[in-house]
Design a protein around this ligand. Structure first.
Ligand SMILES: Cc1ncc(C[n+]2csc(CCOP(=O)(O)OP(=O)(O)O)c2C)c(N)n1
Length: 563
């Protein structure tokens, strides 16, 4: 017979789930948990500076490992501070488990100090949530939280644990089995055969890969499938890394900031093979005009996605890896040369143009130089804005689970804590965080955590002293009425980083920026690399919001090509 407190049970259950690192912040309502955690021989606690930061650290760990990760917050403001990280995880299907302290059961509903109904508040922001009502329940709720977070389409789960439940004693005979992801159901053979027939009879197929391919560990299967069928491939923002960006069949990202060739090839396809995607508006543009002449084969683990935006002539419900592997022997090894030649011609005539990429102190120059210095194994995190879109356009992605970006919610402040989390889970890999000055200021306090953890994170800050992507939208779509999109005062990021105890270099004042950057990358541990970039430079191409992808604006980089 085991006898222990709820807090001890909870920590032991997390150990049994294989949890090794928990970011979080303590407070009155979760102190029993912290007391028990202090005695764990296996779990390391990382003291974040903001609960949103803790949530994004857990996301960083989950995104690179593919396994559920945990973060802690106290009741009230601690709990409400987790909501953005949870909503972000929900939209990007990331398995994280947020464990919050709650006021004692007898005080719930009394407006007690630091009481909020985080259970109610988190319903729309999570895949599932629990308010634990007895200490015995912990033995089922915790494994269940892990099973739900990782099964099917992954997502965030919140477990709210009243303080008296943490303190209560429980006696039990045996430990429950750890919660594991459910085995996906088998793909019906008939569905696969019908999909393969559509693929084999198509003349101009395109493969459209999304974050679901990464989540399913199906990048290898996707590549084998594309290669066997000779199928040109585009990826969503979340799908980048599924196949290498320099693969001959890759056209890179589709949608709002895609290379023209990617969007134009989709215009001409007669079959769209959509894998682990949700036809997000940033990818499809005006959806009624997306791939106008194409039939659709859509495979996804979440049946709710099938037919949600674009009806599919053939739906494949289930594990995307299983679907692609099942299709592999059925797909004819007979690439359509005429179509491949046409796509190749589009790639040559309508490539991505990146302007001043050779100049290290330009936005694209910084991206290429960082990629070169960090090497092919690097993890790349971003914040949200122009710097994010430029990284998505230009970074030489090669491997799945190395690209961390807030795709669905588009949360400024994601980058630094996610990068720290990635570095904690994979200390063997270099981590780059591309950020903008607006975004970095949203979770800049986590610089202290990065320093404390010796996280090998290089923050490449593209400072335009503006909310660049907003400024760009105002210039292009609000008749140049620039309002509330630039800052009045210039923040000294180098001194701020140094104030947190972080090494920092300023490429603006450097005589040899490339050498300075190389020294920064050689330095073990965190480092800020600051460079001023031109606020007037827009990210092109851009599809105006609400327009069809073929209506992309190409900007000055394309002026000579269009002339
Ligand atoms: C939390 C949050 N608030 C507001 C926005 C709206 N928004 C999108 S991009 C952007 C500007 C980002 O500026 P910065 O981080 O400096 O990057 P830049 O575009 O200049 O590269 C804003 C305000 C957002 N995405 N997230």
């Amino acid at each position: 017979m085991f006898r222990m407190t709820g807090a001890e049970v909870l920590i032991r259950l997390l150990e049994r789930q294989g949890i090794q690192t928990i970011p979080g912040i303590p407070g009155g309502a979760n102190l029993p948990l912290y007391d028990a955690l202090s005695r764990s021989p296996v779990i390391r606690h990382v003291l974040a500076r903001h609960e949103q930061g803790a949530g994004f650290m857990a996301q960083g760990m989950a995104r690179v490992t593919g396994k559920p990760q945990v973060f802690f917050a106290t009741s009230g403001p601690g709990a409400t501070n987790t909501l953005t990280a949870l909503a972000d995880a929900k939209l990007d299907s990331v398995p994280v488990i947020c464990i919050t302290g709650q006021v004692p059961r007898s005080m719930i509903g009394t407006d007690a100090f630091q009481e909020v109904d985080i259970y109610g508040m988190s319903i729309p922001a999570t895949k599932h949530n629990f308010l634990v009502r007895s200490v015995e329940e912990l033995l089922t709720v915790i494994p269940e939280a892990f099973r739900i977070a990782a099964s099917g389409r992954p997502g965030p789960v919140l477990v709210d644990v009243p303080k008296d439940v943490q303190c209560a004693e429980v006696a039990f005979a045996s430990w429950p089995e750890p919660g594991l992801p459910a085995t996906p159901r088998d793909m019906p053979a008939g569905d696969l055969i019908r999909a393969a027939e559509m693929i084999n009879s198509s003349k101009r197929p395109m493969l459209y890969l999304g974050g679901g391919v990464i989540q399913a560990g199906a990048a290898g299967a996707a590549r084998a499938f594309a290669e066997k069928g000779g199928i040109p491939t585009v990826m969503t923002l979340m799908g980048l890394g599924a196949i290498p960006s320099d693969h001959p069949l890759s056209l890179g990202m589709l949608g709002m900031h895609a290379a023209p060739c990617a969007n134009l090839a989709l215009e001409e396809c007669d079959l769209l093979i959509a894998a682990g995607v949700r036809f997000d508006d940033r990818a499809t543009g005006k959806v009624e005009q997306f791939c106008p002449g194409a039939k659709v084969v859509h495979m996804d683990i979440d049946p709710a996605e099938l037919g949600k935006i674009r009806p599919a002539q053939q739906a494949l419900v289930g594990d995307v890896g299983q679907a692609l592997q099942g299709l592999l022997p059925l797909v004819e090894d007979r690439p359509n040369q005429e179509w491949l030649d046409r796509v190749q011609a589009l790639k040559q005539e309508q490539p991505m143009r990146l302007g001043d990429a050779k100049e290290v102190r330009s936005a694209y120059g910084l991206i290429f130089e960082a990629a070169r210095l960090a090497g092919p194994e690097a993890v790349v995190a971003t914040d949200v804005g122009q710097h994010q879109m430029r990284t998505a356009q230009a970074y030489p992605f090669r491997t799945p689970r190395r690209w961390l970006t807030s795709g669905g919610l588009g949360t400024m402040g994601f980058g630094l804590p996610a990068a720290i989390g990635a570095s904690m889970a994979r200390p063997d890999l270099p981590v780059i965080c591309f950020s903008g000055d607006g975004s970095l200021l949203m979770n800049i306090q986590e610089m202290a955590t990065a320093v404390e953890q010796h996280a090998n994170v290089k923050i490449v800050l593209m400072n335009n002293n503006a909310l660049g992507l907003v400024r760009q939208q105002q210039e292009l779509f609000y008749e140049g009425n620039l309002f509330a999109s630039s800052y009045g005062c210039c923040v000294d990021f180098v001194r701020i980083a140094e104030g947190f105890g972080m090494r920092a270099v300023n490429l603006d004042t450097s005589a040899d920026p490339a050498a300075e950057m190389a020294r920064a990358f050689d330095h073990p541990g965190p480092c800020l690399i600051h460079a001023t970039v031109d606020a007037a430079q827009n990210v092109y191409p851009i599809v105006p919001p609400g327009a069809a992808n073929k209506e992309m604006l190409k900007g000055e980089e394309y002026a000579d090509a269009c002339a």
